[in-house]
Design a protein. Structure first.
Length: 72
C-alpha cells in the first residue's frame, strides 16, 4: 500500500495495489479505482486538507493489526 499527498494539488492518494483500473467518481472530489475483479485498487481525495484537517493530520498514520492473518 502506498499513501501519497500532493501539496500542490491538495490531493491524497491511497493505492492498495497497482493494477489496471476502472475509475469511478464517488462525487464531491472523491474517486475510487477498481481492478478487473471489482476490488478497490485506490482512492483519491481532492481538497484533502479541507476534508481531513491540516497537513499535520495528514502526516499521522497509524497501522493497527497489520500483518495478522485473517484466514482469507
Amino acid at each position: 500500500m502506498r499513501i501519497r499527498y500532493d501539496a500542490e494539488l491538495d490531493a491524497l492518494s491511497i493505492t492498495f495495489h497497482d493494477t489496471t483500473v476502472a475509475p469511478r467518481d464517488l462525487g464531491d472530489g472523491i474517486a475510487a479505482d477498481f481492478d478487473e475483479q471489482g476490488r478497490l485498487a485506490s482512492l483519491e481525495i481532492l481538497d484533502a486538507t479541507r476534508r481531513l484537517g491540516e497537513t499535520d493530520t495528514l502526516r499521522k498514520v497509524t497501522l493497527e493489526n497489520v500483518g495478522l492473518t485473517t484466514g482469507h
